[in-house]
Design a protein around this ligand. Structure first.
Ligand SMILES: [Zn+2]
Length: 239
């Protein structure tokens, strides 16, 4: 009986620890090392549009919208896709957008060796530099997941992890309808928000179609669009 109690108690403790670990892996505002940013603290009406993954053959579509609206955004690209679609990556750079590092192969950066993490990030940095991009390269972990080694590497190398505070696509019902995406962003936006969208794949056509509406609605509300690096300066100005 006593043995059984110990077993049950041990299992409970493991479940609680496991749950806590999962919270840390997925948290958008906490990690063990280094700086993690999901929005910027400012009283100015400024926001950042960020696009994850790619580049793909959808690049022209999104660049066209941003060009028409005269807005600069931040693209978190994967090294593998830059390699496969190098001309598309160059177009993003030539259009004056910010390029961030989203790892080479877009795997969950959890329980990976230090050399794997280092390689994933540095290989991608090199490819980003090859486009001609010379600004600071911000980092965003795939699926927002990270635990010890990735944050440790980023902290050791003085790199910031950029997450987001607005992710309209997470609710499948919203993600499947461009008007609902616009409405969601419109309802949830705050000063300093970082908006996450995926526009590089056919499955995210509604997201691509929401971009113009998001820009129109937020501009109407008085917001200005900044790259993430520009947005970060507003926080620094506050301190
Ligand atoms: Zn991604």
């Amino acid at each position: 009986m006593k043995f059984l109690k110990i077993v049950v108690a041990s299992i409970l403790i493991l479940i609680i620890l496991g749950y806590g670990l999962l919270q840390v892996i997925n948290s958008r505002s906490f990690q063990f090392f280094g700086e993690i940013i999901n929005k910027v603290d400012t009283d100015k009406k400024v926001v950042a549009l960020t696009f994850d993954d790619g580049p793909t053959n959808k690049t022209d579509d999104i660049l066209k919208i941003l060009h028409e609206k005269n807005i600069k955004a931040t693209f978190f690209l994967t090294g593998k896709e830059i390699e496969e679609n190098f001309e598309e990556a160059k177009k993003i750079f030539n259009a004056g957008h910010e390029i961030g590092n989203h790892t080479y192969s877009h795997q969950r950066m959890v329980f990976k060796s230090p050399s794997f993490v280092k390689d994933e990030i540095e290989k991608t940095d090199k490819l980003i530099r090859k486009t001609g991009y010379s600004g600071e390269i911000l980092f965003r972990p795939p699926n927002g997941k990270k635990l010890l080694l990735l944050p440790k590497y980023l902290a050791d190398n003085d790199r910031k992890s950029i997450l987001w505070d607005i992710e309209p696509e997470t609710d499948p019902e919203i993600g499947a309808d461009s008007e609902k995406i616009v409405q969601y962003v419109n309802d949830h936006v705050e000063n300093g928000s970082i908006i996450l969208l995926h526009v590089m794949y056919d499955s995210r056509q509604e997201s691509l179609e929401s971009v113009e509406g998001i820009i129109n609605e937020l501009t109407e509300q008085g917001y200005e669009f900044k790259t993430v690096s520009e947005l970060l300066k507003y926080e620094e100005a506050n301190n």
